[in-house]
Design a protein around this ligand. Structure first.
Ligand SMILES: [Zn+2]
Length: 339
């Protein structure tokens, strides 16, 4: 990930105390920049929350977003009595070409030098990663994928994203797009009237039939509408499916089958030990039976040992993974400077 070369922990923080001198616990500060909420949390070295705060995300206003983040960080400094480096989970990612944000569905961030602006405004080192990468880190370090070598973590929410963690460290790739699976096409598409998967819905990214257009919560609802002309939310559809409504059940089975195909392609390429699901659709417990029953048909193997699990830390995975972006420092010599 590109970081400003002239800003470092050593430059901005007083020299760290030795372990013997340390009177306060080491800690990490993480921030989750979502489309509706911004959350900040501090974790101690054992992963326990030292504080959590949140505020609404200013809508469509980049400068106000920076100020809202600064307000949360300064309040955390005051509460902790020290100034910690910040990890942040963001929609989109930092371009390795120019350091600007790209691919964010919160489009006000796109094209902005967010890393530079946060480091300047907060006067401390900042690390930014995609929110799905932070989910992967969180779940690999002390979540559902703890102890697994390769974790593929998926967010099934208003959008679809994914990240990869190997031995507890996220794998970004040389273009910083590793795990960007939501904008691959739905694999093994079916054109029959029962499935209607070709050519697939238009995606905001400019392509058509992306996995995100099928597996996001809105994508699930849109598919139900396409088959029934009933406008219902994903949450209502799951409740109707559980109440025994056949059309809702059929929509859920199409969803589970598409998720199984999409994850089978991941298994064929990456062969992860654990696949962790986060985001709103990850709360649908029936997926953890339906999907593994189906994915074997497309995995090029006589067995599938990969485990499909819900995120252990749920909605907290963003802030936790963001905080763990500084875990290397906490596990070695994280400075805790006086404010
Ligand atoms: Zn797309």
């Amino acid at each position: 990930m590109p970081e400003l070369p002239h800003v470092s922990v050593a430059a901005l923080m007083p020299a760290p105390p030795s372990h013997a001198d340390r009177s306060e616990p080491t800690a990490c500060l993480g921030l989750d920049l979502g489309g509706t909420k911004i959350e900040i949390a501090a974790l101690d070295g054992e992963g326990r929350f030292l504080l959590r705060q949140r505020c609404d995300t200013p809508q469509g206003d980049y400068a106000a977003t920076i100020e809202s983040i600064a307000g949360l960080v300064e309040a955390a400094d005051a509460q902790l009595g020290c100034r910690l480096p910040l990890g942040a989970a963001i929609p989109g990612s930092v371009s390795p070409v120019n350091g600007l944000i790209r691919n964010a569905n919160s489009t006000v961030l796109n094209g902005q030098p967010l890393l530079h602006d946060l480091q300047q405004r907060l006067a401390r080192p900042v690390r930014l990663h995609n929110d799905a990468n932070c989910l992967a880190i969180s779940e690999a370090v002390d979540g559902a994928g703890q102890g697994a070598r390769v974790v593929f973590a998926v967010i099934l929410g208003t959008g679809v994203g994914a990240g990869i963690a190997i031995d507890g460290v996220d794998w970004l790739g040389c273009n910083a797009v590793a795990g960007e699976w939501g904008h691959n096409p739905l694999p093994w598409p079916r054109s029959s009237a029962a499935w209607r998967e070709l050519p697939g819905p238009r995606c905001w990214c400019g392509l058509q039939g992306c996995i995100e257009t099928w597996l996001s919560g809105p994508g699930f609802a849109a598919d139900h509408f396409a088959h029934t002309e009933q406008q219902r939310s994903a949450k209502d559809l799951i409740a109707a499916m559980r109440a025994g409504e056949s059309a809702a059940r059929a929509s859920f089975i199409r969803y589970a089958d598409r998720l199984a195909r999409s994850l089978a392609q991941v298994i064929n390429l990456l062969d992860p030990d654990v696949i962790v699901l986060g985001g709103g659709m990850s709360n649908v417990s029936e997926l953890y039976d339906e999907v593994p029953q189906r994915w074997g048909a497309w995995v090029f193997s006589d067995t599938v040992r990969t485990r499909l699990l819900p995120a252990r830390h749920g909605d907290s995975s963003g802030v936790r993974g963001a905080a763990w972006l500084w875990r290397d420092q906490v596990l070695s010599d994280t400075p805790l400077s006086a404010s």
